[in-house]
Design a protein around this ligand. Structure first.
Ligand SMILES: C[S@@+](CC[C@H](N)C(=O)[O-])C[C@H]1O[C@@H](n2cnc3c(N)ncnc32)[C@H](O)[C@@H]1O
Length: 232
């Protein structure tokens, strides 16, 4: 290699390093888009929230069977239920993926996670592992899951892009991400949804795809929520 080629090569390497440092820095500096939205979950009373999350009138509770049908859990799958709450879906996933599978019940709330573990134990389910995460990471190792499921939780993410990055890393190649969340549309949404939910479906898709996921399905099976599938 000539001296000028070596110089150009080192300049390219230097430029790439600077660019990657800028990108990393931008991600690290993501602003909190929802300060305080999760305050009431940190010392959540399990019984109170069990009644709220698992009672008729809540669409993701009423349509649980239809949702499970579309999620298509296979025996042996490794699944993360991110924002697991009281375990509405973690428990069902654990039953469907069987003893060779594994469900991570991920939540920022210690009380929720501990009570899901207790619920699993009482039902003889040995394939649920509770993870208490933080607002920036889901707390799972690289390539440790085949499916990430985020139900009624995306709008609670305080650092959505940073969190999504951590979901991306935890998924195996070809892994699936499902997001179910409130439709935010002034024509059909309540004023509570308009005030509480930050992003509409189009914005969610844009944010998720900016991380490197590809939208594969937008299922019209719910009235007040959307159901999106992405692939890594
Ligand atoms: C509205 S609840 C939904 C619970 C459950 N997915 C369901 O549909 O029944 C939102 C949950 O997300 C949790 N949460 C909020 N931000 C989170 C984050 N960054 N990572 C994991 N869980 C989070 C809250 O503690 C709460 O349990």
């Amino acid at each position: 290699m000539t001296a000028s080629k070596t110089l150009r090569y080192s300049q390219i390497i230097l430029l790439a390093t600077i660019l990657s440092l800028i990108i990393t820095n931008c991600r690290a500096e993501e602003k909190n888009v929802n300060p305080g939205i999760n305050n009431y979950y940190y010392d959540a009373k399990f019984e109170k929230w069990l009644e709220t999350f698992e009672s008729p009138g809540r669409e993701v509770y009423d349509k649980k069977e239809a949702i499970l049908h579309e999620v298509q859990i296979k025996p042996g799958m490794r699944i993360a239920d991110i924002g697991a709450g009281t375990g509405l879906y973690s428990i069902a996933f654990a039953q469907q993926t069987g003893e060779k599978g594994l469900v991570y019940a991920v939540d920022i709330s210690h009380n929720f996670v501990k009570n899901i573990e207790l619920r699993a134990k009482n039902q003889g389910l040995k394939n649920i592992k509770g993870i208490i995460n933080n607002q920036k990471e889901i707390g799972l190792a690289q390539n440790s899951i085949d499916l990430a499921f985020i139900c009624d939780t995306y709008h609670h993410f305080e650092y959505p892009l940073t969190t999504l990055q951590s979901v991306y890393q935890a998924l195996s190649s070809g892994g699936k991400l499902i997001i179910i969340d409130f439709k935010r549309d002034p024509h059909i949404s309540t004023s509570w949804v308009m005030g509480h939910v930050r992003a509409n479906k189009e914005k969610v898709i844009k944010e998720v795809e900016s991380i490197g996921f590809k939208l594969t399905d937008d299922k019209n099976i719910l009235e007040r929520n959307f159901f999106l599938s992405f692939i890594k």
